[in-house]
Ligand binder design. Sequence first.
Ligand code: PSU
Ligand code: MN
Length: 300
Amino acid sequence: MHLQIHPEVADALESGRPVVALESTIISHGLPRPDNLRVAREIEDSVRSGGAVPATIAVVDGIPRIGLDDDALRTVAEDDSVVKVSVRDLGTLVAKRGNGATTVAATSHLAHLAGILVFATGGLGGVHRGARDTWDESADLTTLSTTPVTVVCAGVKSILDVAATLERLETLNVPVLGYRTDRFPGFYLADSGFAVDWRVDDPAEVAAVMHARSALECDAGVIVCNPVAPEDELDRTLHDSVLVAGLAAADQAGVRGKDVTPFLLEFFHTATKGRSLEVNVALVRSNAVLAAAIAVAAAA
Ligand code: PSU
Ligand code: MN
């Protein structure tokens, strides 16, 4: 096997106990140092508090790791050699024995290889604004269309073209379920302004959807949207003004491709004086707790 599975994770998988995969790009490229290491540990604790085993996924010294020990987690959070890796980068990075933090796409791919059914993240990648000209659409979408994992997220970031992202998910056969909501969440905001077709109200219902899909060989992933708690969301006026400024700044700086998402997240964290960071952390932790409950229900 070309994967190194942490003993605690391997043990849980062998005995059918619940495991939740966690991505690492959010640690290396989504959250600023030095908070990122502490937050990465807190997210793992949130999974544990929900009764599941956390498996943070990354590539360390060319080895895809499913579940990280403290040294590996520290490398992902602090080492400048860590690059953002999507599915297409995995083989090259392994051959070159490099260090990489996995996106939603690469994390989903590796989680599925390891036999993990549920994955928690902050916000999914999607279709970028201006994609009509740039063709910038995250491989998160195409990967989920062929990878049967259940991804718990707070929707997609408002930095993206939300309407186009939802259309693409429909084309790609990826179902979008609102968790206790009829609205598609907007990451920093509980409501992106768009509706979802399906609502689920408890973890057992999500597990039932997973089970039915598996029986029917519907092999795409499932997106479970968990909106940030209303009291935790970013002030809307602040959000809208920072978004306009951030998009202009990215354009002016000539930021392109895989650098766009990290640039805009960093812009938000600075421009809101850390408030967007608090929101980001709150929603990831909430997603980790829900993902654990879904993994528990799916294992039952
Ligand atoms: N959402 C966050 N923080 C992040 C990301 C998403 O809250 O850092 C990362 C995820 O790893 C996601 C990636 O897969 O951004 C999407 O990047 P791109 O648009 O380049 O595909
Ligand atoms: Mn992109």
